[in-house]
Write a protein that binds this ligand. Sequence first.
Ligand SMILES: [Cu+2]
Length: 160
Amino acid sequence: MSGLRGFAYLVFVLVVTACSATGEPSSSAPSASPPPQPGGLVRLDPLRTARYAGTIDASSMKSVTIQVVALGAAEPAFEPTIIGGAPGRTLDVVVVQSDDHSADFQHNFSVTSLGIDRDIPRGAGRHIQLTITLPASGVLPFFCKYHADAEYHAGAFRVA
Ligand SMILES: [Cu+2]
């Protein structure tokens, strides 16, 4: 009988350990993907992944500023990376070099489906300005064509 009790205790310890390790209630169902971490990678759509530097809700904004920043070991990112917006809304978008470091490299802002392909002038504080009409639903990815593939310099508008 003591062997069975010992086994039950072992199971209890394992369950408690598993719960405390994840900090989440135990469940057999897979949880949603964890929130992205700054400097980590975030999936924008089935084809595109970005280095993550924040999310904003711009659904009640008329304009939004996206900074080109350098994270960690000089990995370029758009901050914010994910911009929530209202369906069909028109947004004035400024894309600006945040500092000398990000401005050392040639960056770009492209939205394939809208025919946008704009280089951002080098130099801290230099910027481009454009107007974007959000889709009725879904995700509208943007990316820097010079760093999109290997370095994940990308982001997305997300319509709720
Ligand atoms: Cu870039």
